[in-house]
Design a protein around this ligand. Structure first.
Ligand SMILES: Nc1ncnc2c1ncn2[C@@H]1O[C@H](COP(=O)(O)OP(=O)(O)OP(=O)(O)O)[C@@H](O)[C@H]1O
Ligand SMILES: [Mg+2]
Length: 314
């Protein structure tokens, strides 16, 4: 079977803040669902906007059906930790006391990496869930709208820290299962969303090095989002560049705007070129849409790009 994103079980969509992670998570779900996959999309942090792409304000902590084969869920690490304690402390009263205590609050907030492991453990549980009749996985593909890159890396780096803290016990076991999932590149992968600008491209190049060297996680692709479309043909560009717009009092705003667009596109293209030549992973390109807020049609359009492009190459 070809090793493509569609054949993985868990895809973590990460990247710089505002680069388009949430938009691409939603579009990727639509694209995967059109391949008859049962898809679960996961939001992991506050102020999420994933639900709005499916007519919901907010996801709940139990998966809810968004479309014929798309489900959405929100993971709240504190709730997961509470469930965890209820599962392992079998005397309900004691479990209740622990959860209510200030030690719990302190532990939940302060133990380094615990929050991340709770999030990843919940994702692992969704990955393991089976259909009770067919015994096949309940969700073929889980797409995680992950925190922005700075935080994203710490999300994936956690397990080894915790493994060294808890040598034995349920948290240690759970952490190892999570680590196995993350490090198995046939099961999980990262998709990095970048913008075609200098610093984001530098960050993307650095991220892909760290992902494979420090984290041992597979990067399936880098998506460059918001690329200015080619409005003018090379001949038209040459003509626009030759036109004289210097006569005082007769400057043509449309010509100025066209020139600005040409320059911006050239700059973007040079950064994309750098990412393709210096990076090690497939680079997949998505256009910029001239609008304030993407609507359903544009999300479907991005889904179509993903279905016919990204899913064929990565
Ligand atoms: N290709 C595009 N063309 C135009 N606008 C876009 C494009 N992709 C995303 N946007 C818009 O850019 C904004 C940021 O996108 P989105 O919320 O998906 O980014 P994000 O990486 O999830 O941000 P955050 O880090 O804040 O969670 C949104 O208003 C979205 O509609
Ligand atoms: Mg987002």
């Amino acid at each position: 079977m070809k090793d493509t994103i569609l054949n993985k079980r868990v895809v973590f969509v990460t990247g710089k803040g505002g680069a388009g992670k949430t938009t691409i998570t939603a579009a990727m779900a639509i694209a995967a669902a059109s391949h008859n996959k049962n898809v679960l999309i996961v939001e992991t942090h506050e102020n999420e906007a994933l639900g709005s792409h499916f007519g919901q304000i907010r996801f709940t902590e139990k998966p809810s059906r968004l479309d014929s084969n798309i489900w959405g869920v929100r993971i709240d690490p504190k709730t997961v930790l509470e469930e965890y304690i209820q599962r392992y402390v079998t005397v309900p009263f004691v479990a209740y006391q622990i959860i209510q205590s200030r030690i719990f609050e302190h532990f939940a907030v302060a133990a380094p990496g615990l929050k991340e492991v709770m999030i990843l453990s919940e994702i692992w549980r969704f990955e393991q869930k089976k259909n009770s009749n067919t015994k096949t996985p309940l969700y073929d593909l889980i797409i995680v709208d992950s925190p922005a890159t700075g935080h994203g890396l710490s999300l994936f780096r956690v397990p080894s820290t915790l493994i060294s803290m808890f040598q034995t016990g349920p948290i240690a076991v759970q952490t190892r299962w999570v680590e196995d999932m993350l490090k198995d590149s046939t099961r999980s992968c990262l998709v990095l969303v970048a913008l075609p600008e200098e610093l984001p491209v530098n960050e993307a190049l650095e991220f892909e090095r760290k992902a494979e060297n420090d984290l041992n996680m597979g990067v399936a692709a880098i998506i460059v989002n918001m690329i200015y479309p080619e409005i003018f043909s090379p001949n038209e560009v040459a003509v626009i560049e030759r036109m004289d717009n210097s006569e005082p009092g007769k400057k043509q705003p449309a010509l100025e705007a066209a020139r600005r667009q040409i320059v911006r596109r050239k700059v973007q293209q040079s950064h994309i070129h750098r990412l393709i030549t210096e990076g090690e992973h497939p680079v997949f390109q998505l256009p910029f849409y001239y609008t304030n807020n993407l609507d359903q049609e544009q999300i479907k359009d991005i889904a179509e790009y993903i279905r016919t492009g990204l899913f064929k190459t990565a």
